[in-house]
Design a protein around this ligand. Structure first.
Ligand code: PEP
Ligand code: MG
Length: 593
């Protein structure tokens, strides 16, 4: 495999999951032909192998012909793209090139095709951006059609990766991210994505370093390139020189030492120097993470994102599947509280088992509670499973994306119906369960006093609240710099919700990603939230920091922060109070030491 010519090339992206990894790159391209076996064939097999390749091309042609025939009238103008793919299937470089590789190098057809495509890609990559460079990707797409026929399968899968590598991908969906095998993958980097995309969140859950939003990593990095991924700083170094390698090895060691030290004290409560106790809980996506929650000293589970049980499978999970999963979780956590959020699909998470219409703006579309209220069968199965599991542990339920009080009222009605049906069936369940609303839409902030009358607790989902109030798509890297958790508008909204909760005497937590970022912690403490919930790996550092802070001082900080006109004004206040180190290296400088 050819290495890229880049030496000690430094790329800057968005640090989505902290930690440092050093290892070999593995280019994962779904529409490409990279994740395939290399096999040598015997000389007497050459003829048959070439035939197999020709058959695969023929099938690809037939397939394309069918597609072209069925193109609806309104897309006729674009048929030329498919026509050109048809020609590319017989393109000399691909067609003849593959046959030559089989004949001369005794390669299996799949690998021979890959070698031919790699050569073409290298030629196109050198061309200036624009029309000709784009034709390179057409060749890749066309060759994929052949590959699929050769393999007799659909697109390649991430779970097939069987080496200790660093994945380099254009993009990974949350579902694909969940297929990453921890023992096989050291880190991953992508061209797309942002800190709060669900892919970023998954990376933090898996506790592997990740850098997203690199723009053209898949163009610049090749399989087998040596890479350093610094998920804390958002930096990737390709083919580092000796000096850089040594530097990063040292940094990795220091980072791990620091983490180990903080982790040792993670079971102590997060109590400030003046005796105020903040509950620090975990956000999880998978049952397996519960071990990490325990290891990192989580006081409970503040958010179980249950949608991942619906992804990665062709059919919906049954009520029994859900019940088994929730019951296991509740039993492992024992007396510690587990907050189960009902299904939040739509937005950037889609399940194969749920047919979805095209949506122009999925984040503003049929998502979360809106979807559930329209799909009573799916919702009821989940509600029943939660109520049944609550019999075995300390479970509470939370509804996502509430934008009007009617949704809570309707959801509660369905919860009552679910309880009645369990009663009728004679199944054990816990009917007296705490009910919460996520506050992640601006309308819910302003109606918090009304919502508070209907629920037992609030959990502020700042990932979405920031997206919806600042009008910043949480997965769009072009506006990532405008995604500011410390924007005074965000702080004022949190303040308002906390006040409404206090007036109504209900509990209020915050479970957006900002809770796990040390720089935000003094402000969140001073905003008088009862609990903050975050990725398990962030818990030790956050608890360690809280133990070094004064509650009274943090309330004064918030008093001043709420009057600021800008995010930088808020940041300056934090720096004045706690020093510059906070902004430059929030992860590494977990303070309190
Ligand atoms: C949020 O929006 O802040 C949140 C915690 O939920 P999710 O990230 O799953 O949308
Ligand atoms: Mg949300």
């Amino acid at each position: 495999m050819a290495h890229s010519t880049a030496k000690n090339l430094s790329l800057q992206g968005i640090g989505a999951s902290p930690g440092i990894a050093v290892g070999k790159a593995y280019l994962f391209e779904r529409e490409d032909v990279d994740v395939i076996e290399k096999r040598f064939i015997r000389p007497e097999e050459i003829g048959a192998e070439i035939n197999r390749f020709k058959q695969a091309v023929k099938k690809a042609q037939e397939h394309l012909r069918e597609i072209i025939r069925d193109v609806p009238e309104e897309y006729r103008d674009h048929v030329y793209i498919l026509d050109s793919h048809m020609m590319l299937l017989k393109d000399k470089m691909i067609y003849d090139g593959t046959i030559e590789q089989i004949r001369r190098k005794n390669l299996n057809a799949e690998r021979a095709l890959k070698v031919a495509v790699d050569k073409v890609k290298a030629i196109f990559r050198k061309m200036p951006e624009g029309y000709f460079r784009d034709r390179g990707s057409d060749i890749v797409h066309a060759s994929k059609l052949i590959l699929e026929n050769l393999l007799g399968t659909g697109p390649s899968k991430i779970s097939d990766i069987d080496k200790r590598v660093i994945i380099v991908a254009h993009d990974l969906s949350p579902a694909e991210t969940t297929q990453i095998q921890l023992e096989k993958v050291k880190a991953f980097v992508t061209d797309r994505g942002s800190h709060t995309s669900h892919t970023g969140i998954m990376a933090r859950s898996l506790a592997i370093p990740a850098v997203l939003g690199l723009a053209d990593a898949t163009q610049l990095i090749q399989t087998d390139d040596l890479m350093i991924v610094d998920g804390s700083a958002g930096t990737v170094i390709v083919n580092p020189n000796e000096q850089t390698l040594t530097q990063y090895h040292d940094r990795k060691e220091r980072l791990e030492e620091h983490q180990a030290k903080v982790t040792r004290t993670s079971h102590l409560p997060a109590e400030t120097t003046d005796g105020h106790r903040l509950t620090v809980t975990a956000n999880i996506e998978l049952l397996e993470e519960v071990v990490a929650v325990m290891d990192h000293g989580g006081d409970g589970i503040g958010l179980y994102r249950t949608e991942f049980l619906y992804l990665n499978r062709p059919a919906l999970p049954s009520e029994q599947d859900l019940f088994d999963n929730y019951r296991d979780l509740a039993e492992i956590m024992g007396a510690r509280q587990v907050t189960i959020r009902t299904l939040d699909i739509g937005g950037d998470k889609f399940a194969a088992s749920v047919p979805w219409g095209e949506e122009m703006n999925p984040a503003l579309g049929l998502r979360a509670i809106r979807f559930c209220l329209q799909s009573p069968e799916i919702f009821k199965a989940q509600l029943r499973a939660i109520l049944r599991a609550a019999y075995f542990g300390n479970i509470r339920i939370m509804f996502p994306m509430i934008s009007q009080v009617e949704e809570i009222i309707q959801a509660k009605q369905m919860l009552r119906e679910a309880a009645a049906s369990l009663d009728k069936a004679g199944l054990p369940f816990e009917g007296d369960i705490q009910i919460g609303a996520m506050i992640e839409v601006p309308s819910a902030v302003f109606m918090a006093d009304v919502l508070a009358k209907e629920v037992d607790f609030f959990s502020i989902g700042t990932n979405d609240l920031i997206q919806y109030s600042l009008a910043i798509d949480r997965v769009n890297k072009h506006v990532a710099q405008l995604y500011q958790p410390l924007h005074p508008a965000v702080l004022r909204m949190i303040h308002r919700v906390v006040q409404a909760a206090k007036t109504a005497k209900i509990q209020v937590a915050l479970c957006g990603e900002m809770a796990g970022d040390l720089i935000n912690v003094p402000v969140l403490l001073g905003l008088e939230l009862d609990a903050i919930s975050m990725n398990p790996i962030s818990i030790p550092g956050v608890k360690n920091l809280v133990r070094a802070l004064s509650f009274e001082e943090s309330k004064q900080l918030v008093h001043a922060a709420l009057k600021q006109a800008t995010t930088s004004g808020v940041l300056e206040l934090i720096q004045e109070a706690y020093g510059k180190s906070f902004e430059t290296a929030p992860f590494f400088q977990a303070s309190g030491e």
